[in-house]
Ligand binder design. Structure first.
Ligand SMILES: Cc1cc2nc3c(=O)[nH]c(=O)nc-3n(C[C@H](O)[C@H](O)[C@H](O)COP(=O)(O)OP(=O)(O)OC[C@H]3O[C@@H](n4cnc5c(N)ncnc54)[C@H](O)[C@@H]3O)c2cc1C
Length: 485
């Protein structure tokens, strides 16, 4: 039996704890907040339940589905995706059908897009693309006009940086078609035969997804209960501040409540890599990586439906939110009879005016913007809750995988310490991959390793890959290798 200290009680920490406890080990979870669940928790207000952003569970891994069934039983649901995009002042289905693009763009613009795509295609016969950024990856395949009207604005809103500074692998792992021709084939097969080939590395199984009754928090609550039943001990109000090590062995964990913990053989970190490095005594002020933050507006609406869509993407710069989710469409007992609950996501940085504003002025801005895009009449009395979350999107600057690989050097040498999960590895990954990584780490501890393997067996190509090299000039070296088909 080994004693394991897990830092952070999100889905990564909980999954790792559950696996280890089931294998007979003694596990303690140290969580900074007063509850566990992390980003995959739910916010409750009376009979309303909201996720911190919508949390569809997408996986085609049968072992993970078995685990979900084991944890959730009857609370595991399968739901259909029903999304829209606000495009040229109208709501159009997402994925966007070619006919919608033609209808929404004026004929001159359509001609320009078509000419650009054909020109790009011809150029590709004699010229090798330089896909050195998100912008270049997209513009090389779809032309500058489609980039400027469709792909660029939403991307900039979400990530908060110029898409020419974003890694092209963000595009190749998120955009489910590789060229306009690929898009035409996939949308035709979707609309004619209902065959969905829009899965990506980031999100497999696109039109159906797993969900949980009473919100995604049911998954982490039930997982926490399973952990407790298996003997895991929870310590909430424990924020890691400092750790000591001797000869690459972690010896002491210091917490912000003054407690020092020494009774462990292994430490598993799931808190942001920047916080871990700082706890290890490494300066983190001028790191090239950064997390994007988010304000979530939860709205209790006194009518059965706001719109026919579960998700709406809003790329417009003058509207403060980029996505809205309406939970009553999930049919998961999250809203009282005759009401609906909506979450709006507002990506920002803590230094931005909107983050610094009072909750009341954010509410006012949200009401104005919802009225502008025709989602909600501003005179309808609705209760709103504003929640700020600091560590949301690990910003995928050009060469970020290689940067993380380099930053992980002092962690990789630890014989009894490992970092994993979305925050711990600075990976833009979903719950399914967090769980896969957690299981992999638990297996390594169970096998008593002294050198942790970071090339985890997940489809996501993440930090720590052997092939991730230290780049002197990321612009020259970071290129996507896939063919434009
Ligand atoms: C808006 C949004 C929408 C999303 N939608 C989806 C989706 O549809 N499908 C999907 O699969 N995934 C989705 N995700 C991603 C998913 O939420 C994450 O991948 C997953 O929850 C990350 O889990 P984690 O345990 O790695 O990190 P976290 O959930 O962040 O857990 C880390 C924990 O560490 C704690 N902590 C932090 N600092 C300290 C410290 N110093 N000491 C101790 N504890 C500390 C935190 O309080 C937290 O509980 C979404 C995420 C967001 C933000």
């Amino acid at each position: 039996m080994k004693r394991i200290a897990i830092i952070g009680g999100g889905i990564t920490g909980l999954t790792c704890a559950y696996q280890l406890a089931q294998a007979g080990h003694q596990v303690d979870i140290y969580e900074k907040g007063d509850t566990v669940g992390g980003l995959a928790g739910s916010y409750r207000s009376g009979d309303f339940i909201f996720d911190y952003g919508p949390h569809e569970f997408c996986t085609d891994n049968p072992e993970l589905v078995d685990l979900l069934e084991q944890i959730l039983g009857d609370d595991l649901l399968v739901r259909e995706k029903n999304a829209a995009q606000y495009f040229n002042n109208k709501y159009v289905n997402y994925p966007l059908a070619p006919i919608d693009i033609i209808r929404q763009l004026n004929p001159l613009l359509t001609l320009r897009v078509t000419a650009e795509v054909i020109l790009q295609r011809l150029k590709s016969l004699v010229y090798s693309y330089s896909d050195h950024s998100f912008e270049k990856w997209v513009a090389n395949r779809f032309g500058k006009t489609l980039y400027n009207t469709y792909f660029g604005p939403y991307t900039e809103k979400v990530w908060g940086i110029d898409p020419d500074k974003l890694d092209p692998r963000t595009a190749s792992s998120r955009i489910s078609f590789n060229s306009i021709f690929d898009y035409l084939i996939k949308t035709s097969s979707y609309f004619l035969f209902k065959q969905n080939d829009f899965s990506t590395i980031h999100s497999p199984l696109k039109d159906k997804f797993y969900y949980t009754r009473r919100g995604i928090g049911t998954l982490t609550d039930k997982l926490a209960q399973k952990c407790q039943d298996a003997g895991v001990r929870f310590y909430t109000g424990y924020g890691l501040t400092h750790l000591t090590q001797v000869n690459n062995i972690v010896k002491e964990l210091h917490f912000d409540n003054g407690d020092i913990v020494t009774n462990f053989d292994y430490m598993v970190n799931t808190i942001p890599i920047t916080a871990l490095l700082s706890a290890m005594g490494h300066p983190t002020d001028n790191l090239p990586i950064r997390f994007r933050s988010m304000i979530l507006a939860f709205i209790e609406i006194p009518k059965p439906q706001m719109s026919p869509f579960s998700w709406i993407y809003v790329p417009n710069k003058d509207i403060c939110f980029q996505r809205s989710t309406e939970f009553s469409h999930f049919e998961a007992d999250m809203t009282p009879e005759g009401h609906t609950g909506v979450c709006l996501e507002i990506s920002c940085f803590p230094e931005d005016d909107i983050w610094q504003s009072t909750d009341e002025s954010i509410e006012q801005r949200v009401r104005q913007d919802m009225a502008k895009v025709g989602l909600l009449d501003s005179s309808l009395p609705c209760k709103m809750h504003i929640v700020r979350k600091q560590f949301i999107y690990p910003i995928q600057v050009i060469g970020h995988l290689e940067m993380i690989h380099e930053l992980l050097a002092p962690v990789r040498v630890l014989k009894n310490g490992v970092t994993t999960g979305r925050q711990g590895l600075y990976k833009y990954c979903n719950m399914n991959e967090c769980m896969e990584m957690a299981i992999e780490v638990a297996n390594q501890i169970d096998a008593s390793v002294e050198t942790f393997k970071y090339e985890l067996d997940s489809k996501w190509r993440g930090a720590g890959l052997e092939e991730a090299r230290v780049l002197t000039d990321p612009l020259d070296d970071v290129k996507t290798t896939e063919k434009v088909c």
